[in-house]
Design a protein around this ligand. Structure first.
Ligand code: NAP
Length: 248
């Protein structure tokens, strides 16, 4: 299935590995020019090189998404290089799991800053030209933890639930300008983030997944590419749960 994103410029955060890498590569395969953002220059650099080597168009941009000033500068740099960024995928995220009584202030605030505040920084920095052009797509990668909650993840679940409220509010603010904003909530997807669960083959987790397998990054990239495309123009303010049927 191919989607219409050619001639669009896309920013994908957390594109150095896992889900973000799959999204960046799929957008590029469908013809978008992709700005790959990650914390380390190495990971986004390798992904951008791979896309360019395969005939796509990509540029690496190492930025710490939890740093509001750094994101503001990155957005200004991008808007002076490209007149408009058409597509923004807020995917960068971290976990710092622990039961509430043992959770440090640092584990709380770093998860909120990286997962949630980053969406505010990037959206504020890049959405104005989308509204002027009357075309834009914003996709935020939340989690089933933000919908159902998860013991040991109060910080992460709060950040991911916050992203859902943010998504619906942005959708309402920008709808009159044909800028859509949607969220995708993955369940267990095989990436570095879940490597320890997947390796131990956690039976308790698998028992709760009706489709009886962990997801692949491409399972998320498929729906994100659709939500970034021309074809999704009548879809906004929605949360798409992609989890093998775990949360119904
Ligand atoms: P991952 O494999 O751990 O990759 C995370 C990516 O985010 C990396 O490229 C990393 O950069 C980047 N990143 C982290 N902190 C950053 C920061 N401060 N500044 C810039 N970039 C930063 O994670 P993933 O599993 O692909 O997850 C991607 C998103 O999906 C996350 O938001 C996650 O919460 C969500 N999610 C994942 C699952 C799952 O099962 N995997 C389930 C639900 C939701 P570096 O490459 O430089 O380290």
């Amino acid at each position: 299935m191919s989607y219409t994103v050619s001639d669009k410029v896309a920013v994908v955060t957390g594109a150095g590995r896992g889900i973000g890498k799959a999204i960046a590569e799929m957008l590029a395969r469908n013809g978008a020019q992709v700005i790959c953002v990650s914390k380390s220059a190495d990971t986004c650099g390798t992904v951008a090189e791979g896309i360019n080597a395969g005939g796509g168009k990509a540029k690496a941009m190492p930025v710490d998404v939890s740093d509001g000033a750094a994101v503001k500068q990155a957005c200004e740099d991008l808007l002076s290089e490209f007149a408009t960024i058409d597509i923004l995928v807020n995917n960068a995220g971290i976990t710092r799991d622990g039961l509430l009584f043992r959770m440090s202030d640092e584990d709380w605030s770093s998860v909120i800053a990286t997962n949630l505040s980053s969406c505010f920084y990037w959206t504020k920095g890049l959405a104005r030209p989308m509204t002027r052009k009357r075309w834009g797509r914003i996709v935020n990668i939340t989690s089933v933890s933000g919908i159902a909650g998860n013991a040991g993840q109060t910080n992460y679940a709060a950040a991911k639930a916050g992203m859902i409220g943010f998504t619906k509010s942005v959708a309402r603010e920008f709808a009159s300008r044909s800028v859509t904003c949607n969220a995708v909530a993955p369940g267990f997807i095989e990436t570095d983030m879940t490597a320890s669960f997947v390796e131990s083959g956690s039976e308790a987790i698998m028992a709760n997944i009706p489709l009886k397998r962990f997801g692949e990054p491409a399972d998320i990239a498929n729906i994100v590419t659709y939500l970034c495309s021309e074809e999704s123009k009548y879809v906004t303010g929605q949360v798409f749960t992609i989890d093998g049927g775990m949360v119904m």
